[in-house]
Write a new protein. Structure first.
Length: 267
C-alpha cells in the first residue's frame, strides 16, 4: 500500500492524507495548494505558530474559496491555556479563512493533565459546532494513555521519530483498539538532526526527510506525519513520500541505528 492512499484519523472518521502540513516556514501558497491537490489535506495553523503563516493562510483561503472546504481537514492550534484567548483567536482565524468551523482544535503543548476549565471550554466549542474534534499535543508520553481513559480527546499529536521511539512502548500499545483516537506524528526529522551527515554513524547512509516520514508512517499506529518546510522545493520533494510505502525490516533497522546514534550524541 502506497502512502498516496488516505487513512482514517482514528475515531474522528476523517479521511486524511498521510503527509500533513504544519504552520508555514516559508513555502509559498502555490506549493501548499499543489500539496493539497496531490492529497495532503490535514493542515495545522495556530496564532502563536512558530514561523510565518501568511502564505499558509492564503492557500487555505484559496482552497475554501474554490468550494473545497469539505476536502480540507483544518487543525487549529491553541497555545494559550486561557479560554477567553482561545475562543477569541479561534473565531478570528476561522473568519479570515472564510469558514465557520475547524475540524480539530489542538490544545498544545501540555506537559501534564489538562485543566478542567480548558476541557470544558473546548467541549462548549464542540457543542456549538465551531470545532468538530478536540486534539492535544504533548511531549509527555505517559500523559496520552491517561487522557484516553477519559475518552474526550479525539486526536493525539505525538513526538515520534527514529531517535525518539518511546511512543512505541508508552503510547501506541495503549491505543490499539477499534475506537482509538487519531494519531499524528511530529518532529519526524528530530528538528533536522537526522538529516545531518555529521550525525550519521560511520558506514551508514544519511536519511532524507522522506526516509524520516516513511519511518514514522511505517508504524501502523500513526495516521498522519507532519512536515514543515522553508522552501517550495523542500515541500515538493517531500511529496515524493506519496509514491512510496512502508519500509521493510532492513530499512527500519537502518533508521533505528541512525536514530540511536543521534539520540546518544545529540540529546
Amino acid at each position: 500500500m502506497k502512502f498516496s492512499e488516505k487513512a482514517v484519523l482514528g475515531r474522528t472518521g476523517l479521511e486524511v492524507g498521510r503527509l500533513g502540513i504544519t504552520g508555514n516556514y516559508g513555502a509559498s501558497s502555490k506549493a501548499i495548494e499543489e500539496a493539497f491537490e496531490r492529497g495532503c489535506n490535514y493542515f495545522n495553523i495556530g496564532y502563536m505558530m512558530v514561523g510565518r503563516t501568511a502564505e499558509m493562510m492564503k492557500s487555505l483561503k484559496n482552497i475554501v474559496d474554490k468550494g473545497k472546504r469539505d476536502d480540507l481537514i483544518l487543525g487549529v492550534f491553541s497555545y494559550s491555556h486561557i479560554k477567553f484567548i482561545t475562543d477569541l483567536m479561534m473565531h478570528k482565524r476561522l473568519k479570515k479563512l472564510g469558514t465557520d468551523y475547524a475540524d480539530v482544535l489542538v490544545l498544545g503543548y501540555f506537559m501534564r493533565k489538562i485543566p478542567g476549565r480548558i476541557i470544558e471550554g473546548a467541549l462548549k466549542l464542540k457543542d456549538k459546532g465551531i470545532i468538530k474534534n478536540i486534539g492535544v499535543s504533548s511531549h509527555t508520553r505517559k500523559l496520552f494513555p491517561e487522557l484516553e481513559k477519559e475518552g474526550i480527546i479525539d486526536v493525539f499529536h505525538v513526538r515520534y521519530n527514529a531517535a525518539h521511539r518511546g511512543a512505541e512502548q508508552d503510547i501506541f500499545p495503549y491505543l490499539n483498539n477499534d475506537h482509538r483516537p487519531g494519531i499524528v506524528g511530529f518532529t519526524a526529522t528530530r528538528w533536522g538532526k537526522l538529516l545531518d551527515p555529521k550525525n550519521t554513524p560511520e558506514g551508514e547512509k544519511t536519511p532524507t526527510a522522506v526516509d524520516c516520514y516513511r519511518f514514522v508512517l511505517s508504524n501502523p499506529s500513526v495516521d498522519v506525519c507532519m512536515t514543515g518546510t522553508r522552501t517550495d522545493s523542500q515541500l515538493l520533494e517531500n511529496l515524493n513520500l506519496l509514491e512510496t510505502g512502508p519500509m521493510n525490516d532492513q530499512e527500519m533497522e537502518w533508521m533505528r541505528r541512525v536514530g540511536d546514534h543521534v539520540y546518544g550524541n545529540q540529546r
